[in-house]
Ligand binder design. Structure first.
Ligand code: AMP
Length: 280
């Protein structure tokens, strides 16, 4: 596996591959890699001749400087994992390399980027679109792999890719979970063992809500109440939405796909965790 730090080296390396007619898979990450990331990388390795994994802690998508400061950084272990997964290129540029000048572009794809995380983390999806569009332009991938762990992010990126006319396939990949049901996340390393046990309730309660036979609004309220009654958990929102547009729904028949998206604060620090579940 080659570790590349500059855009110039990346382009040189990939243009040779492209000339030889090779397909290129891109897996964008912020590092602190775990099995969730590895599942995306392995899939890309199976489906493409060359897999590029970017490791870039993108400052423009952090609306909270403290969140960026305490985000785990594990570049050496990340490289080992990528090597094991069979990736050909790890692209780990500096912030100066990606943003020699501040990125002044503004992206807006409502309602996908204006509801839920968009509402609570102003500028977050704008930063995501800035970095992902840059990566798409640098790598020109045949396919790009994103985890459904960040369900809303995929919806925003689909809109951005359509809007800007990127010719690539966006491949959504299922959430990889701990045995407890907790969605794997780089932020989980910031949880204590006790907090991890607490956090496992998030998926358990959402799953239990599937068979309650309640209306949409009642289901939202039930999930929030169940989780808030557990000491150490505090729900920021639970929104049941159209799984394609993220528009809110009032009735289970309002859309062909319906998902519930949740954000919960866990523990003393607290750590902000997101997850989702599919109702249909
Ligand atoms: P991140 O490094 O958190 O930006 O994540 C990089 C990519 O890995 C994103 O597309 C995430 O959705 C995906 N990802 C993170 N955690 C998981 C997980 N537990 N299961 C599947 N994909 C994940």
């Amino acid at each position: 596996m080659r570790v590349i730090n500059t855009i110039q080296d990346l382009k040189t390396c990939l243009s040779e591959a492209r000339k030889a007619g090779k397909s290129i898979g891109l897996v964008p990450t912020m590092g602190a890699l775990h099995e969730g990331h590895a599942s995306l990388v392995r899939r890309s390795v199976r489906e493409n001749d060359i897999t590029v994994v970017s490791i870039f802690l993108n400052p423009t998508q952090f609306n909270d400087p403290k969140d960026l400061e305490r985000y785990p950084r594990t570049l050496e272990a990340d490289s080992r994992l990528l090597e094991q997964c069979g990736a050909q290129v790890a692209f780990a540029p500096s912030v100066k390399e990606i943003y020699p000048e501040p990125d002044t572009r503004h992206f807006s794809y409502p309602p996908t980027d204006s509801v839920m995380e968009g509402e609570r983390r102003p500028g977050h999806f704008n930063g995501v679109c800035q970095i992902v569009s840059k990566l798409f332009m640098m790598v020109e991938p045949t396919r790009a792999y994103f985890g459904e762990k960040d369900f809303q992010q995929i919806c925003v990126i689909r809109r951005m890719a359509d809007d800007l006319g990127f010719r690539l396939e966006i491949v959504p990949c299922p959430v990889v979970r701990e045995e407890s049901g907790l969605a794997m996340s780089s932020r989980n390393t910031l949880l204590t063992a006790d907090e991890k046990v607490l956090a496992a309730n998030i998926y358990r309660v959402m799953k239990e809500s599937l068979s309650k036979g309640l209306s949409v609004r009642e289901t939202e309220a039930w999930v929030v109440n169940e989780l808030n009654s557990i000491d150490g958990l505090e729900v920021e929102y639970y929104s049941i939405v159209d799984g394609d547009t993220l528009a809110s729904v009032n009735d289970w028949n309002d859309a062909p796909h319906i998902v519930g998206c949740i954000t919960v604060y866990c523990g003393a620090t607290p750590i902000r965790l997101i997850d989702h579940i599919r109702y249909k």
